[in-house]
Design a protein around this ligand. Structure first.
Ligand code: ADP
Length: 747
């Protein structure tokens, strides 16, 4: 009732097929004001349903267990009694190839998820109306046929009735009259005989009858005529025969025949109107086929529109036809005619159907193009990934062989360890990047929000990229910001972004190049630019390089490796910090410049301390308790931290950890989570419950880095959550920063 454009009788029946009960329920309830909705949870149930109740329209999801939307559609189209039921395909999570297949199997409409109820309602309404118009046209035709037959039958019957007959003398007095005629005049015979016609029936005086009768008498020639009788008000056909004494009249009531003729004339007109409608419907069907055939091979959206516009223009003989699609509102056709005319409902529906078919075709090519593009990038990515993962394996294997040798010299052993270290770092970075991208894509990245100094981020990134810059024998100019600028965000992530840009510059610039990194403040923004004098990036590729798996310089043109992830990751991380990233390049061979813009924090003065460069100095003498049930792991981490200047102790299970904590009072605990009997979460909870434990830094170290694992660790009272394998220098930095931060917070 609330919908003012609703025109459907409430009896339109829709069969809704969807395996999601909630969706079925929701749609059925919402649309029940207008439609009778039957539901089925898959194609098989839907077919069973169809045997009982024939719907006006079927709306079916594509992806379903048992019999999916496409198979169901095929079955329908192969069954004569069901072939004509219109089908609306709905899909969202369906693999896109399926949608394309849906069109090929003869779906009448297609709706992509997410869609609004309003869209679904409008779509169903149009489809129901179109189906009804078709049914109505054929019903009318049958009715007219039946009528014509009845009329013909009546005519034959009337023909077989014996005619009335009478005779008049020269003064038009009745001299003879048969029973039929008596019946006709509805007077007793004795009243009629011997009396004049004009006298008995004054209404005939001056009529066509009088005129014809007198002429027959005068001319003495038989004649006949048809006229409406003033006496009976019926049509009669009159035959006049002159007799020696006057004139004999034989007539017959032809009212029925006249009516038949009239009816025939009318039905003739009706029939041609019906035929016209049918012809038009057939024409429309032919146009539908023509349109489908013409659009099927097309890939270019502009060509689809122009081809369809042309077909409709020819069909309507319009001067101009265009497809119009506006963001708010359904697509429609704009038709300009040389002569203004009103459309029949069928024509209007057909024109609208064009708009929908064009939309569906455009949707199809858009999806196809997306699939092709995604597939291409995925294939390229897989090839590159295989290559990238295999690259570090050869040197690793070589190093292992070296270490196994009995004649190994200490020098060789060091070298082998260095190689292994570097290659493992490389692989860890690759896998980390992959994980980061996938987490960001599913929205699972949590930034650790802290206050960091712009210059610290820049210098850390320079430090992290130093090896690759040195490998390329490039010169590096660093210009830090001359005023203290603070940023709010995840320092590690921001360093990762800049490191990535520096690594790219080092990687793509031919050996001996020049790289500059420059940090400055511009109003409310910090701007960090990374510039090189390498191959540059062609203008047409400049937006694309930030897309996942995009590589402009394939590895055979420039001898570099890469997965095409780095810049995509950089952009997403920058955007998570409410910033943006841009590239500019003056063209081939003229270098590239990447600029990162980040909002500047107006922070209280004491925060400067935390982010200042000296914040990363090691805190000598800090006590760290390392807890891991894997004794090797615990020992090695403990040794590495000791080398970095920490005081350390180890514990190999939860109970021992609690005991050590009470005696040793460490500044920080590095806790493995998965331990038998008492796991890391429990240890953390107990330590947080202890008065002395509140100021202790708790750092979880696990093999699982999912967002929910991190959350769980934070909930248990951890300050930090690290994923194994952790880089020892990162660990040392993180622990010292965290310990210092706690010390600042707790006086
Ligand atoms: P990767 O470097 O792993 O291929 P990125 O996403 O970091 O992936 O970079 C995408 C593409 O952008 C690279 O393949 C390269 O073609 C181009 N590119 C990135 N940085 C530079 C640069 N400094 N100079 C020239 N081309 C670059």
């Amino acid at each position: 009732m609330g919908d003012p454009v609703s025109t459907q009788a409430p009896s339109s029946r829709i069969l809704l097929v969807d395996d999601d009960a909630a969706v079925r329920e929701h749609i059925a309830t919402a649309l029940s004001d207008e439609f009778v909705i039957d539901t089925a949870h898959d194609g098989i149930q839907a077919l069973k349903h169809l045997l009982r109740n024939r719907p006006d329209v079927i709306a079916t999801d594509i992806v379903m267990p048992e019999l999916d939307g496409i198979e169901f559609l095929k079955t329908l189209r192969g069954t004569p009694s069901m072939r004509l039921i219109p089908v609306l395909l709905i899909s969202g999570h369906a693999p896109d190839e399926l949608r394309v297949e849906g069109f090929e199997q003869g779906a009448d409409g297609y709706l992509a998820k997410p869609y609004t109820l309003r869209e679904l309602r409008a779509r169903l309404r149009t489809m129901v109306q179109a189906a009804r118009d078709r049914a109505e046209a054929s019903r009318r035709e049958a009715l007219e046929q039946a009528e014509r037959e009845a009329v013909a039958e009546r005519a034959t019957l009337l023909e077989s009735i014996t005619d009335p007959f009478y005779a008049l003398d020269q003064d038009f007095r009745f001299t003879y009259i048969n029973q039929r005629a008596v019946d006709y005049f509805q007077r007793p015979r004795e009243q009629l005989l011997g009396r004049s016609l004009w006298e008995l029936f004054p209404e005939t005086a001056g009529s066509r009858f009088e005129m014809e009768f007198r002429r027959a008498l005068l001319q003495r020639r038989p004649s006949e005529f048809e006229a409406l009788s003033p006496i009976s008000q019926r049509w009669i056909e009159v035959h006049l025969y002159p007799t020696p004494r006057g004139v004999a009249i034989n007539f017959r009531d032809i009212t029925a025949r006249m009516q038949v003729a009239e009816a025939l004339r009318e039905s003739e007109a009706a029939r041609s109107a019906g035929e016209l409608r049918q012809r038009e419907a057939a024409q429309r069907d032919a146009i539908r086929v023509r349109l489908a055939d013409a659009l099927r091979p097309l890939r270019d959206p502009a060509e689809i529109e122009s081809t369809a516009n042309q077909i409709l223009r020819d069909h309507l003989q319009a001067s101009q036809v265009s497809y119009v699609s506006e963001p708010d509102g359904p697509p429609r056709m704009q038709v300009e005619m040389a002569q203004v005319r009103d459309w029949t409902p069928e024509e209007a529906a057909f024109i609208q159907e064009f708009a929908e078919r064009i939309t569906a075709a455009l949707e199809r090519v858009r999806i196809e193009a997306q699939i092709r593009d995604a597939n291409r990038r995925k294939d390229e990515f897989l090839a590159t990934l295989a290559h990238e993962l295999r690259n570090p394996l050869a040197p690793l294997r070589g190093a292992v062989h070296l270490l196994k040798r009995s004649d190994l010299t200490p020098g060789h052993a060091d070298r082998a360890r260095e190689i292994m270290d570097r290659q493992i770092n490389h692989m860890v970075r690759l896998v980390d990047d992959l994980l980061d991208v996938s987490r960001i894509n599913v929205g699972q990245v949590n930034l650790r929000n802290e206050i960091v100094a712009l210059n610290t981020v820049v210098l850390d990134a320079v430090e992290a990229a130093r090896v690759s810059i040195e490998e390329g024998a490039h010169s590096l100019d660093v210009a830090v910001c001359d005023e203290p600028v603070l940023l709010e965000g995840d320092g590690t992530r921001l360093v990762q972004v800049l490191q990535n840009l520096l690594n790219n510059a080092a990687k793509y610039t031919p050996a001996g190049g020049r790289i500059q990194i420059n940090a400055a403040r511009s109003g409310a923004e910090a701007v960090i630019s990374v510039r090189d004098n390498g191959p540059g990036i062609p203008p047409e590729a400049q937006e694309r390089i930030f897309e996942l798996f995009t590589r402009v310089h394939p590895s055979d043109s420039i001898k570099v490796s890469g997965l095409g992830i780095g810049l995509s990751l950089a952009r997403k991380l920058v955007e998570l910090h409410n910033g943006r990233i841009e590239v500019s390049s003056e063209g081939a061979g003229r270098g590239s410049e990447f600029r990162v813009y980040l909002p500047v924090l107006q922070a209280p003065a004491d925060a400067v301390l935390l982010g200042a460069p000296e914040g990363h100095k090691r805190v000598a003498g800090c006590r760290v308790l390392v807890v891991d049930d894997n004794q090797d792991a615990a020992d090695s981490v403990s040794m590495l931290l000791a080398l970095d200047g920490f005081e350390t102790r180890v514990a190999y299970d939860g109970a021992q950890a609690i005991k050590e904590f009470a005696q040793y009072r460490p500044d920080a605990l590095l806790l493995d989570i998965g331990m038998p009997i008492m796991d890391g979460y429990e240890v953390a909870r107990r330590i947080r419950a202890d008065a002395h434990g509140r100021g202790t830094v708790l750092c979880a170290l696990t093999g699982w880095g999912q967002a929910q694992d991190k959350q769980r660790a934070l909930d248990a009272g951890f300050d930090e959550h690290l994923t194994k394998p952790v880089d020892p220098s990162t660990l040392a930095d993180l622990l010292s920063t965290a310990i210092r931060r706690r010390n600042v917070k707790l006086p």
